[in-house]
Design a protein around this ligand. Structure first.
Ligand SMILES: [Zn+2]
Ligand SMILES: [Zn+2]
Ligand SMILES: [Zn+2]
Length: 274
């Protein structure tokens, strides 16, 4: 399994347009990008590939990185930075199956699968496949399992991708607070690679109107506000899941410049062979 991180930024990306903060300036100086979130998973046995989330930066991502267009897609939740790139399917794909969860979100009155279908009902090139969380399905010769995480007010899902032949396992937290339910953690545990969202360092919680949540023994918040993990929360999750390797993703330009390019924060274009 070959995993390419196409988009490792949060909803505005780094550099953020119009921003002259030290982190955005340093990103431009280094030629580094954190575009909106997307992960490309290639089954190197069959040559098929699965795209996890459709970034608004889809076109630029596929022009920049050496990856084939996907044979299937998956949407974790219906926020702009994860779904809006699906419009790129028009005149690019003949038929693209797109997997998403089937549970009705009380906030929207629709499941993620239903929102994808209704938002892109003008696109006959995609066919939505509604999936039940915790029930493993096979796509591109890989086994995929969606698990609920915590991203109020919307339903959002983390997931695992496993190669049934080699046993290689990728786990992805999705956009989430540290409050991931225990049964979801059970599915996500023991990955070869964990992609954990870590929007900002815990030190920035003092600037959030709601502060932080899920404090560790030293009082450090593992959740920023209510819906994203801090860097410290993401690292604690990696520990709890016993991840072999961890990259922090969905990071914002609010990281102070001296921390923004340190390990294990990911940047676009990283490739992992599992
Ligand atoms: Zn900035
Ligand atoms: Zn989100
Ligand atoms: Zn997001």
């Amino acid at each position: 399994m070959r995993v390419t991180l196409l988009g490792t930024g949060d909803t505005t990306g780094t550099p953020t347009v119009g921003c002259e903060c030290d982190t955005c300036r340093e990103a431009r100086a280094r030629g580094v990008e954190r575009t909106r979130f997307s992960v490309h998973v290639e089954n190197d046995r069959t040559g098929e590939s699965l795209l996890i989330d459709f970034s608004p930066d889809f076109r630029q991502q596929f022009l920049t990185h050496e990856v084939p267009l996907p044979d299937a897609g998956l949407i974790t939740h219906v926020h702009f930075d994860h779904i809006d790139g699906l419009g790129n399917a028009y005149r690019v794909f003949d038929d693209l199956p797109v997997h998403a969860a089937n549970e009705t979100d009380p906030k929207t009155g629709q499941s993620v699968a239903e929102t994808v279908a209704s938002k892109f009902d003008y696109l006959d090139r995609i066919s939505v496949r509604a999936q039940t969380p915790f029930e493993t399905f096979r796509t591109c010769g890989l086994d995929v399992t969606l698990v609920p995480v915590e991203h109020p007010p919307l339903l959002c899902y983390g997931l695992t991708v496993e190669d049934p032949e080699t046993g290689a396992k990728l786990s992805l937290s999705g956009d989430t607070s540290y409050g991931i339910p225990e049964d979801s953690r059970g599915v996500l545990s023991d990955p070869d690679l964990l992609l954990a969202e870590a929007i900002v360092p815990a030190s920035l919680c003092q600037h959030h109107p709601l502060g932080g949540k899920h404090f560790d023994d030293e009082g450090v918040p593992r959740t920023f506000g209510t819906k994203h993990m801090t860097r410290e929360g993401a690292l604690a999750l990696a520990d709890d899941l016993n991840a072999e390797q961890t990259r922090l993703v969905h990071t914002a330009h609010y990281y102070p410049v001296e921390e923004a390019f340190e390990e294990p924060l990911a940047v676009d274009g990283e490739v992992y062979e599992l």
